[in-house]
Write a protein that binds this ligand. Sequence first.
Ligand code: FMN
Length: 208
Amino acid sequence: MSIINDLAWRYAAKRMNGNKVPTAKIEDLLEAIRLSASGFGLQPYQIFVIENPELRAQIQPIAFGQPQVTESSHLLVFAAWNEITEEKIDSFIQLVSETRNVPVANLGDYRKAISGMLNRTQEAQANWAARQVYLAMGTALAAAAHFKIDTTPMEGFMPAKLDELLDLSAKGLHSVLMLAVGERDAAADYMTNAAKVRYSKDQLFIRM
Ligand SMILES: Cc1cc2nc3c(=O)[nH]c(=O)nc-3n(C[C@H](O)[C@H](O)[C@H](O)COP(=O)(O)O)c2cc1C
């Protein structure tokens, strides 16, 4: 099946049937997210993979009662770094050094380029990190479609309340997006058979 068919198959499920997605498929999805591109490759986020039903029940009111929070198999919370620090850059440069077998001393220019981030305000750093989360989400949505896993990307929640519940500020993180992962409940979901609404290529692309 082509990626176009996969993307046409996927939609943001409004209802899920509670079925568990097999572990191997979940691991494939997590691996795809891990492989997402990010600015400098820094991956300035962490992703919580939540199966615990009690915790998901606590999250549901924070997400305005959206059913997918509890009907999904897994709930992913994408949380971005609150700031970019020297330590974080050092740790990443160390990873590059070990992964590519290049001495840290040879990575000075790379480190310098990333360090430009340190001149930005903390708010700008947090916003930049959040933008990288959206890219990881895009990767997740396309990969899940390829694996025939249903998903719902979710911005519809109160981030400050979720941060409090998951104690994110103590971890230097703030919640940006959630992704419900599961199996669509075709009978209950009014969106299952809805046609995709997208601008035409002529409207969307300005060819020059
Ligand atoms: C960043 C983002 C946040 C979204 N938040 C929610 C949400 O909280 N709840 C929901 O049911 N759908 C949510 N959606 C789904 C969109 O409404 C949906 O992707 C859009 O209408 C396009 O339809 P499709 O994805 O089903 O093709 C969100 C989508 C994105 C990309």
